[in-house]
Design a protein around this ligand. Structure first.
Ligand SMILES: Nc1nc2c(ncn2[C@@H]2O[C@H](COP(=O)(O)OP(=O)(O)OP(=O)(O)O)[C@@H](O)[C@H]2O)c(=O)[nH]1
Length: 216
């Protein structure tokens, strides 16, 4: 059964502390890459963030790292077209994938992203988990489902992170969480707990830090 992950127990306090420590350390932009050949050496645990354009990915990365403009948060959908690498100290890479589902992007550009995404997901040995961001207002759309299918195929464990939770009322929140949980049943690579976040209010941010910090 899929559950909302809240870190609400004694062993979780330890994870929370580990997360706090990791994210209190240095966070550095390493490089932006557009080809597999340009990826940094696969020498540490890596997690990536994927999501539709405008889902709130940059804002979440900024909230996680406590840096205001580490990942560029903008109102122009689809501007982040590279795979951006950030180093958390020397133990982890945080990887910001290009936003997908940007309707106005030229077909050739979309194709190029898809190829890179496919190659990255299937070929990155040190990738431990993909966080797939889903807007709490909208739930899982077809374009998200395609990415989830790709993650299944690549056998990359993914965990859904709901974003912008502050933008919906309780009823919509519950309905869309239920929709997401139901949709995950058909994805073998889905991690069975989702995380609900708001970069604006800080909800879920510490939980996500703890998850990232404790992945081996
Ligand atoms: N209320 C609220 N607004 C948010 C939240 N997260 C992001 N936003 C807003 O949503 C818009 C898009 O956020 P971004 O973080 O730029 O989204 P993105 O997914 O990085 O967008 P791309 O660069 O197109 O991939 C911005 O106007 C943000 O201020 C949130 O938790 N709550």
């Amino acid at each position: 059964m899929t559950m909302v992950f809240t870190l609400a127990g004694a062993p979780e306090e330890q994870a929370r502390e580990t997360g706090r420590l990791l994210f209190a350390g240095p966070v550095d932009f390493v490089k932006g890459v557009t080809t597999m050949a340009a990826l940094p050496p696969a020498d540490r645990v890596e997690v990536c963030f994927a999501g539709r354009s405008n889902v709130g990915k940059s804002s979440l990365i900024n909230a996680l790292t406590g840096r205001k403009s580490l990942a560029r948060a903008s109102n122009t959908p689809g501007r982040t077209q590279e795979i951006n690498y950030f180093a958390l100290g020397e133990s982890r890479y945080l990887v910001d994938l290009p936003g997908y589902g940007f309707a106005e992007a030229p077909v050739a550009v979309v194709r190029k992203w898809q190829e890179l995404l496919r190659a990255y997901l299937a070929g990155r040995q040190t990738l431990r988990r993909a966080f797939v961001l889903i807007d709490t207002r909208h739930g899982i759309k077809q374009v998200d489902d395609e990415i989830l299918g790709l993650l299944d195929k690549s056998a990359v464990t993914f965990q859904v992170v709901m974003t912008k939770a502050d933008k919906v009322n309780q009823a919509t929140r519950e309905a869309n969480i239920a929709q997401v949980m139901a949709a995950l049943q058909k994805h073998p690579a889905a991690y069975p707990e989702i995380i609900v976040t708001s970069s604006e209010k800080g909800e879920g941010v510490e939980t996500l830090r703890a998850v990232i910090a404790t992945l081996e």
